[in-house]
Design a protein around this ligand. Structure first.
Ligand code: ADP
Length: 394
């Protein structure tokens, strides 16, 4: 009987030891698994530049991950759980909204989510998004903890801002373009309405040779303006999509200039402008003739528009390995502070309010010349005139 008792005790003791050993092994395996998943979580949070935070609502102290401290530009030695250290780096305009959003989330028992700006270092702004929720004491409505995650969305915000700015520029451009197109279209429409009225009322004076000739001239001018604007709009869109294609051929700049001056003789005469050009030497090279015609015409037409009816002098020459094509007027000139800006998209100088335009001609001209490996030089003085020189590698 006694032996039986001792035997049972022994079996029980062995079973107890085996159970303890089994659970110890299981617990240490679970601890290891927990450590691994914690490491994985940390890695995932770090990769997503995501930090975690937890506010003890009773003490108002905060625990946060190293990644969050890194986002805030605070070192772990600097941080002792004081919430105000973190709050002092939040943009003042966002701080009040953030506090209100947290209060609302606790009160309404909903998820908190907010995008706001922080300043981790002086002069450095970072956008973050924070999401969190409240934990209540079991079986009560007492909020005890508020915890969540925060991550860096600066890149997304910067792209968003760039996109907004691009859309704004597009909208302004569309407005400007429609306004510019409406002016010649309205003039043409008016002229047609008047002609229709004259026809209907059999008004013979309206159909003299001179009247018809003058109307055709005016309409041609309006049409060239519309064509020029549409071409500029199409080219601008090609440039922004990187689709401006160059077709190089060998030709002499003097021939190109002489042909175009001949074509634009009527326009210049109509505007009361003398165009002076005397070729000196042959200046040939491999360039895109169609595109360079466009550049030269833009400079010539600008000379007529902004030249105060002064003569326009054109010259073609060689300088080292470059060909130079200059267009000089003695018109309104350009202020030094505007001289770089006018080559940018949609930019116009401040001193030309009477003349309409999209501010695209020089932008396109500059792109075409740089595609040739050249540049456009500008020398100008306000009130004295301007000289634009196209420099092309020979
Ligand atoms: P726009 O269609 O507005 O003329 P451009 O890109 O051709 O566009 O020219 C940009 C601006 O540069 C013009 O609005 C004008 O202010 C200035 N500009 C261009 N050419 C001349 C010139 N010859 N004299 C004075 N200002 C000029």
């Amino acid at each position: 009987m006694q032996w039986l008792l001792i035997g049972t005790c022994l079996i029980l003791a062995v079973a107890f030891v085996v159970i303890i050993l089994h659970y110890k092994k299981k617990t240490s395996r679970q601890i290891n698994e927990l450590k691994v998943s914690q490491k994985n979580l940390e890695f995932a949070l770090q990769s997503g530049r995501m930090g975690t935070w937890e506010i003890d609502l009773e003490t108002n102290r905060v625990k946060c991950s190293n990644e969050m401290l890194y986002l805030w530009g605070v070192t772990s030695t600097e941080f002792d759980g004081d919430r105000s250290i973190l709050q002092s780096r939040v943009h003042p305009n966002d701080l009040e909204k953030m506090k209100a959003a947290i209060d609302k989330a606790i009160h309404n028992e909903v998820v908190y989510e907010m995008e706001y700006r922080i300043f981790p270092y002086p002069g450095i702004e970072r956008w973050v998004i924070s999401r969190g929720r409240c934990t209540f004491a079991p079986g009560t409505k007492k909020a005890i903890r508020f915890s969540g995650v925060v991550y860096d969305i600066t890149e997304k915000k910067v792209k968003e801002e760039e996109l907004k700015a691009a859309i704004k520029i597009r909208d302004q451009f569309l407005m400007m373009a429609s306004h510019e197109l409406r002016t010649p279209l309205t003039c043409m429409q008016l002229q047609l309405q008047v002609a229709e009225w004259d026809l209907k009322h059999r008004f013979p004076e309206a159909f003299t040779f001179e009247r018809i000739e003058s109307n055709i001239k005016k309409n041609n001018q309006h049409l060239s303006r519309i064509t020029r604007l549409v071409e500029q709009i199409l080219d601008e869109s090609k440039i922004s999509q990187g689709r401006l294609i160059m077709l190089f051929e060998h030709f002499d700049l003097n021939d190109m200039v002489a042909d175009l001056i001949e074509q634009y003789k009527v326009t210049a005469e109509f505007s009361g402008v003398e165009v002076i050009f005397s070729p000196i030497e042959k200046v040939g090279g491999m360039w895109d003739r169609f595109r360079l015609e466009q550049v030269f015409l833009n400079l010539l037409i600008n000379g007529i528009r902004y030249g105060n009816k002064s003569p326009i002098r054109i010259s073609v020459a060689k300088e080292g390995n470059n060909a130079l094509l200059s267009v000089r007027d003695e018109g309104i000139g350009i202020r030094p502070e505007d001289q770089k800006r006018i080559f940018e998209r949609f930019e116009r100088a401040a001193n030309d309010k009477e003349v309409n335009g999209l501010g695209l001609g020089l932008f396109i001209a500059n792109k075409i010349v740089t595609e040739h490996g050249g540049e456009i030089r500008l020398q100008s003085e306000l009130g004295k005139g301007s000289e634009f020189t196209i420099v092309l590698p020979l």
